[in-house]
Design a protein. Sequence first.
Length: 350
Amino acid sequence: MKVLHVTSGINPQSGGPTRSVKGLCRALSRAGVEVSLLVLRGNDPFENPSGVNVLRGDIPDISDYDLVHLHGLWNLGLHRVVKLCRRCKTPYVISPRGMLDPWALSVKKWKKKVAMCLYQRKDLQNAAAFHVTAETELEHVRTSGFSQMCIVSPNAVDLPEKMPEWHTDDNVKTVIFLSRLHPGKGLLTLARAWAIIRRHDWKMKIVGPDLYGHKQEVLETLVGLGISDEWEFVESLDDVQKWNAYRSASFMVHPSVSENFGITIAEGLAAELPVIATKGTPWKELDDRRCGWWIDIGVVPLAAAMQECMSMSDSERRQMGARGRRLIEEKYTWTAAVKTLLEGYRGVLK
């Protein structure tokens, strides 16, 4: 099977989509698929995934491939690839990457309405299948009016060969948030929840790039609430530093308004941290598997969950973290994710 994956760009600072596209292509290659990855924004600096033929900028001959898999929406470069797929009668699969979520659709709403009328709806209607990472994203595809086959295959986690040792501080414990600084990630809600708790034996560590200028708004909110000295900001970390940061924390919080998956939630669980995430994410298993809290969006539910977790002993939190690690090992490895996706590909190519 020869498959072309297409993405508009790969920015190492852009978070989950970048890591998941690269990880997915690498895992498919290991499973015996001949994989090419076309990055339309050809000047993006990134390390090529092993076993994957990386193409930059120019669109290859689509007829050379059995299947094309596109990641994302609202991009004219992706639309050009779709037009070539239709011309060559090559089936294509679309991963919306959360872009059909109602909250995501409300951002730059009128531009998206115009794009949907001009080209996006037709591109979606003619897709052979959709690839979604959770049942909630499947619902968004259906409510948007598309009835094609949906391949439900989650993202997965690239685990380090050896997890770092724990190095937490008994005097001041750490809560970690790791993601892009973006209005949809719930940082203002987190600040207001933190102001309710005011636990001076705890600190908040925010790790992630400020790609949208949102950090200034967060800082002003912290100053207004009088809690700025209890929060630490780290711009970005490499992989080794990232896993060390997870293992220096006592639990993780991810109060996002909207996520199609939330790869850092999976990483936090893999690092054996209890995780608090909102119902804007698809992580009901946090409750089902007793490895965290899956809460309503809002200040009060977030403050209550954090207070409950802070009140636990280290031993109780470690037990929750161990259950989370088992969940990742059972369901969220690339081996498991690729098996499901390949079954979907074969269904498309019948």
